[in-house]
Design a protein around this ligand. Structure first.
Ligand SMILES: [Zn+2]
Length: 278
């Protein structure tokens, strides 16, 4: 949602166009008012939960400590009230054996109940940037691995045949042939150990290859989902993915990115969609 207030009315429009029942959101700012027809989690009234509160401070250029600027969170939005949220507790406060989170606001989890269908657990996941102490280079895999650790009891539940993870993983350099790429790929590898594999969006056979994709794959199937600062001259990347368990992947009907060519007007990320027969 690119931390934009205008992302909420945009969600409304996209949901109508693409027939969306559940939206997994990242970099979402707290809505300023109730949203007609939508159930939103975290609750709109709980201001503190619309921030990533760990790390809680950053050091400004003048050396002083200031409160985090990450005034956004991962969120779930559903129409028809079908999602039952699961609430993690910040790691240092959690009761032993209960559901914890290292970076409150990094992910949002809920169970979707479907009449006559399976329970589907949906997870909106965001790759928070860490910064190298020496070079200042940024990397997201460390915070993603913390999230995977937090989510392990969810992934391993016996009742969880149907799990969907979606989000802006911020894994820029995966498979670009550098050591950063290999480190980024560990996130996908670790999720695969829980049965979670990418189910899209992939480039369709009749679509041209993504120009300037950093990956070395001659059969690259990446789809453009991110444009830094929405500037057309910047290199296109795919940072946004759906990953699903085998049973859920079998139910996948289609997966695609927003067909609107003007998507960078609304966000630096392109919305992605998945449809399942449940
Ligand atoms: Zn590629």
């Amino acid at each position: 949602m690119n931390q934009r207030d205008s992302a909420w009315p945009r969600l409304n429009a996209l949901a109508a166009e693409q027939d969306v029942s559940v939206a997994l959101l990242q970099e979402a700012r707290r809505p300023t008012s109730a949203l007609d027809g939508w159930q939103v989690h975290p609750p709109i009234g709980e201001q503190e939960r619309w921030r990533i509160t760990v790390p809680g401070r950053y050091r400004a250029a003048d050396g002083t400590l200031k409160p985090t600027r990450r005034n956004f969170a991962s969120a779930l939005a559903s129409r028809d009230g079908v999602v039952v949220p699961r609430e993690p507790t910040e790691l240092h406060d959690v009761v032993d054996g209960e559901f914890a989170c290292s970076h409150p606001g990094q992910f949002a989890v809920g169970d979707v109940a479907i009449d006559g269908g399976p329970r589907v657990t949906v997870i909106s996941l965001y790759g928070i940037w860490d910064r190298m102490l020496d070079s200042g280079t940024m990397f997201p895999e460390a915070t993603l691995h913390r999230a995977i650790s937090d989510l392990t009891p969810v992934f391993q539940e016996r009742a969880n045949d149907y799990v969907l993870v979606a989000g802006d993983l911020n894994l820029y350099s995966y498979s670009d042939g550098t050591v950063w790429g290999r480190r980024g790929m560990t996130v996908f590898e670790r999720l695969a150990a829980y049965g979670l594999e990418t189910c899209g969006p992939f480039r369709r056979d009749d679509e041209p290859r993504l120009a300037r994709c950093p990956c070395p794959d001659p059969a690259c199937r990446h789809v453009h989902t991110f444009l830094y600062q929405s500037k057309p001259t910047n290199r296109p990347h795919q940072l946004d993915f759906f990953l699903a368990t085998p049973a859920l992947r079998e139910r996948l009907r289609d997966c695609w990115a927003d067909p609107d060519p003007h998507w960078p007007l609304h966000s630096d990320h392109r919305p992605i969609f998945a449809a399942f027969d449940l």
